[in-house]
Design a protein around this ligand. Structure first.
Ligand code: OGA
Ligand code: MN
Length: 294
């Protein structure tokens, strides 16, 4: 058996077959997957019925695990999964569907906005790995937008204008866009804005990309309203259908995406009626995107 990767879309996304992710991988297999990530930015591995330990072991091939951060949204003893996982399901500890007005559910609706995982952390995420255990009968696709192609197709004037801009990112900004504004003092402290470059360069391919996210709430040195309007225009450009691969989930899919080069969002589904058990491990990035002022 050897790994093969077939493109799913002209810009972003590849499908990987010929590997069993439940077993330890060889160095060549890991290298082939990394090379596939550098090229396609999103890889789909169908038919991989992983348990949590296997998902974690596979994830560790690509770097250190970024621990989940829940704030006061979920007390630790209410969590369904270990802190090595981000629980993006609609289930509680008893595997029951959470209620419509559940605070955790309302916070998680933020995943329906275009974003890059952990862009609100000083050191943002490298990869995210999402394993589908239970999938609803309809809806709930995850869409991925290629921020490299979006950069490539900007005009030269816009490229020059944004090249050195620094944005402010916070969970407060993305949740605020949904009207979710009631935060505990501890959450406010945890969600203090961080700065990120608006244009990134991939460490291997050298390709540039626009580092956008719904977590953005300002551009350093710009009036807030002008910054948010400008970012909205960039997001509209960057999420045109031709830049987007939409993933229709099947149980046992594992999808890995590079947060440095893509944005993603989950599409709506009947989340108060049908179960969707998807579990995310996240690989930490290797440094801040901007020198953080002390
Ligand atoms: C995530 C996320 C998408 C989904 O796990 O980071 O945004 O399809 N989820 O649930
Ligand atoms: Mn996400």
């Amino acid at each position: 058996m050897s790994i093969s990767i077939r493109a799913l879309h002209p810009h972003v996304g590849g499908e990987v077959t010929g590997v069993d992710l439940r077993r330890p991988l060889t160095r060549d297999e890991v290298a082939a997957i990394e090379a596939g990530m550098d090229r396609h930015a999103v890889l789909v591995f169908p038919g991989q019925p992983l348990d949590d330990a296997q998902q974690l072991a596979f994830s560790l091939n690509f770097g250190e695990i970024e621990k989940a951060l829940a704030g006061d949204l979920q007390k630790l003893d209410e969590k369904r999964l270990s802190t090595d996982f981000a629980d993006v399901s609609n289930l509680d500890r008893d595997q029951e569907i959470v209620k419509r007005d559940d605070r955790h559910r309302l916070f998680a609706l933020g995943n329906r906005l275009w974003h890059s995982d952990s862009s609100f952390r000083a050191v943002p995420a490298k990869y995210s790995l999402l394993s589908a255990r239970i999938i609803p009968s309809r809806g709930g696709n995850t869409e991925f937008a290629d921020m490299r192609a979006a950069w490539d197709e900007l005009d030269d004037e816009t490229k020059a204008r944004i090249e050195d801009l620094i944005c402010e990112h916070s969970l407060m900004y993305s949740r605020g866009k949904l009207g979710f504004t009631e935060l505990t003092p501890r959450e406010r402290e945890m969600f203090r804005p961080v700065r990120q470059r608006l244009v990134r360069t991939h460490p291997v391919s050298g390709r540039r990309s626009i580092y956008l996210s719904s977590h953005i709430g300002g551009i350093v040195g710009w009036p807030v309203a002008e910054a948010n309007d400008f970012i909205r225009e960039l997001v509209e450009h960057a999420t045109q259908r031709r830049f987007v691969y939409s993933h229709p989930w099947r149980a046992h899919d594992l999808v890995v995406w590079d947060n440095r080069q893509t944005m993603h969002r989950v599409r709506p589904f009947a989340d108060t009626v049908e179960k969707r058990d998807v579990r995310r491990t996240t690989i930490a990035g290797d440094g801040p995107t901007v020198a953080q002022a002390a």
